[in-house]
Ligand binder design. Sequence first.
Ligand code: OAD
Length: 234
Amino acid sequence: MKHIVVLTGAGVSAESGFATFRDAGGLWEKYDVNDVASIEGWYRNRKLVLDFYNGLRKQLEAARPNAAHELIAGLEKDYKVDVITQNVDNLHERAGSTRVLHLHGELTKVRPENGIYDRTASEAEVVDIGYGSVGLGDLAPGGSQLRPHIVFFGEAVPNIEKAIGLVEKADILLIVGSSLQVYPAAGLYRYAPMDCPIFVIDPKPVPLSDPRVTFIQDVATRGMAEFVKALECK
Ligand code: OAD
């Protein structure tokens, strides 16, 4: 069975009503990324950060997977599929994808804070809170403040080695809805085998000059339909 590795970004969830980060009207136009998505921002104003992610969690509860998430999940009928996502939503899982690796954390989970040089939390410390809220003074069993299970800017990306291992074994790499501006995720495609075709679905041109790449310049739902059709013609 051929192995498809799918790398997704905010664009795959845009048609589910989730704002992307860097488009016009995107989240980083409304909020300062240094305030709500950096480790320094967390220690400057924990309440602001908690409220920001509490709000996103509520949005996620109301959101539904779109046809692009569903088409990605449907690939599992004929292929071994690994989804590597930069998204902190759970829309791939809710669409039925069974192997999803989150690079930047998960909105529905929290963990204890551990100081400015936050070490990676062990799985045992991570708590699933679903669509609930966390406030200042909500403590982990060890007594420290609970924080979002999100990789803030300034922190390591614990799952990057796993992601590299998956991309290295891909027969086909598909990238959907990412501006490829945030490293290390943006550099993952470089680990794909030399003979691995790479497909990029995005309505805007993505700055990726690699002879292996085929661009499908469209939104995720239509782009995924075109990708599936291209697979059927092979
Ligand atoms: P960006 O907001 O940087 O890029 C979103 C991409 O989606 C852009 O290339 C858009 O053109 C594209 N897009 C917009 N609408 C689309 C649609 N309907 N279908 C398909 N594509 C569409 O988001 P990411 O690349 O995911 O990190 O950003 C990477 C990281 O930066 C995020 O994980 C987040 C952010 O800061 C953290 O918060 C740690």
